[in-house]
Ligand binder design. Structure first.
Ligand code: FES
Length: 193
């Protein structure tokens, strides 16, 4: 429950400050129990991404669904053959955001599809979902303790206590659908996981 309290508190704080979008808390605790099998497998090459919350919950994310310049959306990978959504592990939480390709660092652009970038949605500090966005700074924001990540530059840490960037999830384009091109570039989650 600490994580939920931390996140909710952070969102309340954020509403009084410079921060913009505050994404849903639900997914974190809803998937607290990892299972085995394909739903708990990490993202696989060719997986699509499906919305975790909102009006399009459960639908496949398309490039034009993502607002140019942020904020991010939360998603889970989905096996396109079986339709299995890999929501059996909290470590599969992914965040997606879209930017003009020329605004991305070279390495980030190489991992993007039509300007869409994907990262682990699990904060590398203590594992909260990275569920907020700063309209002022244009960075991903973890509401638990204020870590900030630059989505246009490999989710490098630009503020707060996080010890390392969010792992990237390389993408490729299947028409207007971003799909997984390779596994996470680093171990997901904080050190204690
Ligand atoms: S868990 Fe994200 S800043 Fe602490």
């Amino acid at each position: 429950m600490e994580e939920e309290r931390g996140s909710s508190f952070g969102c309340k704080l954020a509403r009084r400050s410079m921060l913009g979008a505050c994404l849903g808390m639900v997914p974190w605790l809803a998937h607290a129990d990892e299972t085995s099998g394909p739903a708990a497998s990490p993202p696989q090459v060719g997986d699509r991404l499906v919305f975790l919350t909102g009006e399009k919950k459960g639908q496949v994310v398309r490039v034009d669904d993502l607002p140019l310049g942020g904020p991010q959306v939360q998603a889970y990978p989905q096996d396109p053959k079986t339709g299995v959504v890999r929501d059996g592990s909290r470590l599969n939480l992914i965040i997606l955001a879209r930017f003009a390709p020329e605004d991305l660092s070279e390495e980030t652009r190489a991992r993007s599809a039509h300007g869409v970038v994907a990262y682990s949605g699990v904060c590398t500090h203590q594992g909260c979902p990275v569920n907020m966005w700063s309209n002022e700074l244009h960075v991903l924001f973890c509401s638990c303790h204020g870590s900030m990540y630059d989505p246009k530059n490999g989710a490098q840490v630009v503020g707060g206590p996080a010890p390392r960037p969010l792992p990237s999830l390389p993408l490729k384009a299947n028409s207007d659908i971003p799909v997984v091109a390779a596994g996470f570039t680093a171990r997901v989650g904080p050190e204690r996981y």
